[in-house]
Write a protein that binds this ligand. Structure first.
Ligand SMILES: C[S@@+](CC[C@H](N)C(=O)[O-])C[C@H]1O[C@@H](n2cnc3c(N)ncnc32)[C@H](O)[C@@H]1O
Length: 253
């Protein structure tokens, strides 16, 4: 049985033209299995990239989406939303994660697919910014690339050569375990964690992106992708894709 039947409905070509990492629709579908989204809700899609997930949220759940990204121009995303027929309910916004233009408590839910680790892996981002975006009772959900466990004695030798490659440029230092992410949010006491786990078969999701990047990155972005080497080198299966959801407490600040 196909694990991600909603994702199956979307044209593979369209996904491959616009994905910026391991299949964002599969990651979102996994995450949404642990959230309750219903028509009319206002949802923030943080780090939406080229907006695949924003289109999916609008189409599958009838929610209104604020498609927020830094690297991708809002006008470019608007064209994609118009082409997908959702521009009446998906609004492209260009904003950095620490300088967001939204009113406190504006959203019913805030999600981030393959993006939160770039800006949210410090102590203050969740309590001071991310959690404030949703109302009490509001939902929060992220999927991040990470590790099956922490390495207090140092990073595994199978990963070491990738920490500073041009492709990753230090990004891997924000890779952490599910337990680490859970603790980062839980200790603030602002939200109740409703799920937090390693998505099964992370490489089954990651390899198709890695092969696509291997074939297309150089021509499109002038950069060699080393995702295949990175995944191949991980002989101990320490690479994870982590899904975490939470509900903001009624008395959450
Ligand atoms: C690996 S891409 C993933 C994009 C998209 N979610 C996907 O899966 O195709 C990471 C995204 O995070 C966004 N991002 C990274 N740092 C950010 C920041 N400081 N503020 C806002 N967005 C950020 C980038 O603009 C980029 O589109």
């Amino acid at each position: 049985m196909n694990k991600y039947p909603l994702t199956e409905k979307y044209d593979t070509k369209w996904v491959e033209e616009n994905w910026m990492g391991p299949n964002p629709l599969q990651l979102l579908e996994e995450l949404c299995g642990n959230m309750k989204l219903s028509p009319g809700m206002k949802v923030l899609d943080m780090g939406c990239g080229k907006g695949l997930t924003s289109v999916f949220l609008a189409k599958e759940f009838g929610v209104t989406v604020f498609a927020n990204d830094l690297w991708i121009d809002a006008a470019e995303n608007l064209q994609r939303f118009e082409a997908a027929g959702v521009s009446d309910r998906v609004f492209p916004i260009h904003a950095e994660a620490h300088a967001l233009p939204y009113a406190k408590g504006f959203f019913d839910a805030a999600i981030a697919i393959d993006s939160y680790h770039y800006y949210g892996a410090d102590e203050s981002y969740f309590p001071c910014t991310f959690s404030k975006l949703v109302k009490p009772g509001g939902q929060l959900g992220i999927v991040v690339p990470g590790l099956a466990q922490e390495f207090p004695e140092g990073y595994p030798p199978t990963h070491k050569q990738f920490w500073f490659t041009p492709m990753y440029d230090g990004e891997l230092f924000a890779f952490h375990s599910a337990a680490w992410w859970r603790h980062l949010w839980e200790k603030t006491k602002i939200a109740e964690i409703t799920s937090c786990y390693d998505i099964p078969d992370p490489k089954g999701i990651w390899y198709p992106w890695a092969h696509w990047a291997d074939e297309n990155f150089k021509a499109k972005f002038g950069l060699e992708s080393d995702d295949i080497e990175f995944l191949d080198a991980d002989t101990e299966n320490q690479i994870a894709l982590i899904a975490m959801t939470a509900v903001k407490k009624e008395n959450g600040e």
